[in-house]
Ligand binder design. Structure first.
Ligand SMILES: Nc1nc2c(ncn2[C@@H]2O[C@H](COP(=O)(O)OP(=O)(O)OP(=O)(O)O)[C@@H](O)[C@H]2O)c(=O)[nH]1
Ligand SMILES: [Mg+2]
Length: 521
């Protein structure tokens, strides 16, 4: 377990979004059918592979399209072809060597100038880099070297003298099997020269982060997004290929095509990019359709966002009692959106979306390729911002997340009504939140959860135009069971002598309109 976690640089972020198909947990009495709340996700879009269909087909009540299939559903043959094409796009060479690696972490510490990361300190950047390495199976950091530098982006990153000292150190340490150079991207010639000098493989953040993403992306959409983010890496490798089977990069007439090797490779990459974008677009349309179905069902959706490792998954587990949720002490533990049903104090069912972002020198292409999934956050009714207040750079993390959220152009009320949840207060004795409306919790120990649920209920009711009403219904009629189906029944006060009951419900404006229409008077 890390003593501290990721350092942040404002302006860099990434959200993860995945849909889980897990069954709902035991509901409290009088709960308004949580099965229906999750039905929208089950068998539907973006279910992680192996857990319910890998993203094919709409929700249970999808409308029929003109072709006779359900809305958003393709013909079986076309669907099969698409599936094959998507799998083909996902077939790739490994990014990092398999098996145990003992890594020397080399951190260029930029003291000043444009390359200096704002706000954060070298020690936290090193801690984050170590955390990244430890996230990889079988990898460990055996040595860490912090090297002051002015311009980490020049060809060999370091000055001649520093490079010589590093070479001596790495060459003289046989236990070192790889070097993690903590720069965002390393040009291919730099990698080649450093590897030649040091005699071991050298990796940058982009490659390591991409590898972690590859391992953790479970839905087809997330996997394709990672594949899209990898394209710049493939392009930069391409630029440095000068020979293939003895042909120079500019040799003409490969296979009689009149194209050079470079041109053929570039065309293939372009085709690949177009196919990935098309497949992503297909999946996105399905996801949006599912979102519409979800909204038709009128279960409030609460998006839980925050810096990586702040405890989002742990909090959702605590709020829903979902035993299947497995929080992990890792960066990028989840890259997919998962949906989980929970209940607020009034027994109102809500869907919690485990959707979060990461930051800190993330390559732009990674950020960009994942931004589509953030649409889900924009369609939620409430955003909960979880914070790890035990982290030394918690304020910087908060600023980073807020700045990322602002760039999403979310509806103003959604941003304005965001609920802040300072988490891990068990590690900060005497912590008192400073932000108005914030509710401090320890998701791990279950502290502050009842207060948080009450706060969420109040915010959800306000955000979704629901109200608490007491309605008088006849005991002989269908009103009471209708209310159980369509609203959150809180209390039923039966008056047998009058043959009526006073029913306290939380009901949406539209459901109340339907109730009045169905049962006038
Ligand atoms: N002490 C303490 N640890 C916590 C608390 N909440 C979460 N953790 C720990 O923090 C680590 C990360 O928790 P997660 O819930 O996986 O965090 P996350 O934000 O979902 O992380 P990513 O999905 O990787 O972004 C785990 O080891 C949790 O046990 C808390 O309230 N107190
Ligand atoms: Mg998580």
């Amino acid at each position: 377990m890390w003593a501290v976690r990721a350092a942040v640089r404002p302006g860099f972020w990434l959200f993860r979004v995945a849909r889980d198909c897990g069954a709902p947990r035991a509901a409290p009495p009088l709960s308004p059918c949580p099965e229906r709340a999750l039905a929208a996700f089950r068998g539907g879009l973006g279910c992680p592979e192996g857990r319910g269909g890998g993203g094919r087909g709409p929700g249970a009540d999808g409308r029929r399209s003109r072709t006779g299939g359900k809305e958003g559903e393709e013909e079986p043959e076309a669907a099969e072809e698409e599936e094959e094409e998507e799998e083909e796009l996902l077939r790739r060479d490994p990014l990092l060597p398999a098996g145990t690696q003992r890594v020397c972490l080399v951190h260029p510490d930029v003291k000043c100038g444009p390359g200096k990361p704002p706000g954060t300190r070298a020690e936290w950047q090193v801690v984050e880099a170590q955390a990244l390495v430890h996230t990889l199976d079988g990898w460990s950091v055996v040595d860490t070297v912090v090297v002051p530098t002015k311009t980490p982006d020049r060809k060999l990153v370091f000055g001649r003298g520093t490079l010589e000292r590093l070479t001596e150190k790495i060459r003289g340490s046989p236990e070192i099997t790889a070097v993690f150079l903590n720069v965002e991207r390393m040009a291919a010639p730099t990698k080649k020269e450093l590897e030649a000098a040091w005699g071991v493989q050298v990796f940058d953040r982009f490659t390591v982060v991409l590898h972690i993403f590859r391992c953790n992306a479970r839905t087809k959409e997330a996997r394709l997004q990672v594949a899209l983010a990898e394209l710049p890496l493939l392009r930069s490798h391409l630029k440095n290929v000068t020979h293939l089977g003895g042909r120079g990069r500019d040799s003409r007439h490969i296979m009689g095509s009149g194209e050079s090797f470079m041109q053929v490779q570039e065309r293939l990459l372009k085709d690949k990019e177009a196919k990935i974008r098309k497949a992503l677009d297909r999946l996105r349309r399905k996801r949006l359709l599912l979102g519409q179905q979800r909204r038709r069902r009128e279960f409030p959706v609460v998006s839980v966002v925050g810096y990586t490792n702040c405890g989002k998954t742990t909090l959702i587990k605590a709020l829903t009692g979902d035993a299947a949720i497995q929080p992990r002490d890792q960066l990028f533990a989840t890259l997919d959106v998962t949906a989980h049903a929970g209940w607020l104090p009034s027994r109102l069912t809500v869907i919690y979306m485990d959707t979060i972002g990461f930051l800190s020198q993330l390559p732009h292409s990674l950020v960009e390729s994942f931004s589509a999934t953030l649409e889900d956050v924009g369609h939620s009714d409430l955003i909960v911002h979880v914070r790890d207040v035990s982290h030394p750079e918690t304020e910087l993390q908060k600023a980073s997340v807020l700045s990322a959220l602002r760039t999403l152009q979310l509806p103003r009320p959604l941003l304005h009504c965001m609920v802040e949840v300072p988490n891990k207060v068990d590690l900060v004795p005497g912590y008192i939140p400073t932000e108005p409306g914030a509710v401090a919790v320890s998701a791990l120990l279950g502290l502050g959860l009842e207060k948080l649920k009450a706060r969420l209920e109040e915010a959800v009711l306000r955000a979704t135009g629901r109200r608490v009403l007491t309605l008088r219904v006849g005991l002989a009629g269908p009103q009471l069971s209708w209310l159980h189906q369509e609203a959150a029944v809180q209390a039923v006060d039966v008056r047998p002598e009058a043959g009526v009951a006073d029913v306290k419900v939380i009901i949406s404006d539209s459901a109340y309109g339907r109730f009045r229409k169905l049962f006038p008077g």
